[in-house]
Design a protein around this ligand. Structure first.
Ligand SMILES: [Fe+2]
Ligand SMILES: [Fe+2]
Length: 140
């Protein structure tokens, strides 16, 4: 999973946070697929957990600062993601117990819950916000 220029929302701070998210999600997907040691999965999940909250918080701060009309819908999507990610998180310890049969399902689930969601969210929702913000504040 790679961040490419066509995913740019036109706001540097948001883009660089997305790049960081992409690289950590790539680590998570690899850790699950390769069924590597529990510490790696745990570390990546912990980092993602905090970083997602930080990143969503930053976007929401911008929305409020600039009176973005799409704020409620955008925030609802963030909340939905956090709920889904929490569900996924509760599944991941199964891998630590060495239950290999779950690893394929978990890869698929991670791809749907995290990878597909983020691509869709950036493309359809964050880009819309980026357009609005860059029309308002050139310094962002
Ligand atoms: Fe967002
Ligand atoms: Fe975002």
């Amino acid at each position: 999973m790679e961040w490419t220029e066509d995913l740019s929302v036109g706001v540097d701070t948001i883009d660089s946070q997305h790049k960081e998210l992409f690289s950590r999600i790539t680590d998570l997907v690899a850790a699950i697929k390769e069924h590597t040691c529990k510490f790696k999965i745990g570390d990546v999940v912990r980092f993602l957990d905090e970083y997602i909250v930080f990143h969503f918080g930053e976007e929401e701060k911008y929305m409020l600062q600039h009176g973005y009309p799409g704020y409620p819908g955008h925030k609802a999507q963030h909340n939905e993601f956090i709920a889904n990610f929490n569900n996924l998180k509760s599944e991941l310890p199964k891998l630590e117990g060495g239950q290999k049969p779950g690893s394929y399902d978990l890869s698929v689930e991670t791809n749907q819950v995290v990878v597909d969601w983020i691509l869709d969210h950036i493309t359809n929702v964050d880009k819309e916000l980026g357009k609005f913000l860059s029309s308002r504040d050139k310094d962002l």
